[in-house]
Design a protein around this ligand. Sequence first.
Ligand code: OXD
Ligand code: MN
Length: 603
Amino acid sequence: MSSIDALESWTSNLKLRSWIKQKIELCNPDKVHLCTGSKDEHQHLINTLISTKTIVALDPDLRPGSYLARSDPEDVARVEASTFICSESKDDAGPTNNWEDPRIMREKLSALFKGCMKGRTMYVIPYCMGPLDSKFSHIGIEITDSPYVVCSMRIMARVSTKVLDVLGDEGDFIAGTHSVGVPLKDGKADVSWPCNPKKRHIVHFPTTKSIWSYGSGYGGNALLGKKCFALRIASVMAKEQGWLAEHMLILGLTNPEGEKKYFAAAFPSACGKTNLAMMNATLDGWKVECVGDDIAWMHFQEDGKLYAINPENGFFGVAPGTSFTSNPNAMYSLRKNTIFTNVALTDDQDIWWEGMDGKRPDHLVDWLSQDWSPSLGSKAAHSNARFAAPANQCPIIDPNWENPKGVPIEGIIFGGRRAHNVPLVYESLDWQHGVFLGASISSETTAAAEGSVGKLRHDPFAMLPFCGYHMGDYFKHWFEIGKKQGLSLPKIFCVNWFRKDCKGDFLWPGFGENSRVLKWIFESVQGQDVKEKSPVGFIPRLNSLDVSGLNISEKHLKNLFEIDAQEWTHELGELKNFFTLFKDRLPQEISQELESLEKRLAN
Ligand code: OXD
Ligand code: MN
């Protein structure tokens, strides 16, 4: 059967057929593989990846169906400096995104992608973000020359020919074109992790809702359903269509009486979002269940309530620091069918990383494929090493995680990694103030993105690297929601697990003990009398935060909620300065909130 015949029996969608033909012409692959998402296909691609030494199989008894990939040392994280939002006008991308004129960018991309798949196979992946039977889900097609991407996408998104059935003759899709950017000319030998770091481009066209990614095979740069589609492009769709596409986990919380509420929470990258999403509550009778750990698509429905779906199908978590102590449910989720990237390999063909439980092994093969022993003093796993594990393997996956309607969100939580100033938990005074709090998130940086670690950076709504349009307009979109009639707006909270004392020690134990904070939030949402006003928002009333059985001194507790007017005045100045970035597209509500905060601090 010719490849054209194959294409015609694979999809009846004319737009899709013609798009694939254009891409074949442009990229000039040696072969085309139209993916089905089947098990056999997966195994075939895994075998290919083993033969190219991109992955190694882990011991099937210890870690069934699981593999370790090692990337090129120059391709280890998201690359914000090479990420572009190519809206028609520069103004529409805003000051927090890189922009290029779409016409110029298209020319650049045409040159980059011309013949880029020579000597390689082009894979065409049909995938759905969200449950296939949900009216809130959206279909994407990714073209890639990386079989590692195909295998990872099969975990992270719903990849199957059923997607093509849903797409039908006329359906629309988000088109994503990805290449590692290393054509194999004249039989040139391949390397285990082809990439082209000097020419990396991760490009989004919000007008045509299309994505082009060149030169990186890593994570969100290459698995286009995640950050590129479900956040950058989806945020534009959400703005146009009146919904919310957010960098938020979704969790269900049940109290000892069996009452359940769902919450969505936004934290900048690597602030313990996955840990919170699948936490084991330490408080007796309280239970957390996980709907998603990274992205929420939320719509107000007929009853006026906000419902969220998790568009993803898996967890792409940061491995170092994940352990049975910090996150047992993540550890159980990755017991099988998991692709690890840039973690270390043990002598019995299992995986290891810094922060894992138990004794540190005396010998490992590190993420750079070198023999490693503790005396080297280097890290055996890269600090942004990842696991891609199917969400349904999480022992506390929520029974409603694939509910096509979504789950009703009653509270939204913002957080960051802040050593000083920011209280353990506080609640916004109202929706407008809550949106201001989301816009004011800042956090000390980690290794999830390139750049220096430990510096404070503003990350509004944890969307700084992921908002596909002008961030000032994004704030406005959130403010406008609060003005609509007939909506039951969720309450908005801020948390900070990371406050330190003057010696530099954490004031709060974190992890499962964060259930105490969730309990307080739950009770506030129930309307219980648990809060009192402070200049920055509502904080827990004396004794309303349950610290029973926790060895925490009164002094510690006081420090956790201390609001130092002088420090906050400094913080306010910092915020004012940050918001000037948005010039005339800063919504007036932000200025009002800055003024109100100033007044409250002065009183
Ligand atoms: C992620 C991130 O990988 O936010 O989820 O960086
Ligand atoms: Mn994330």
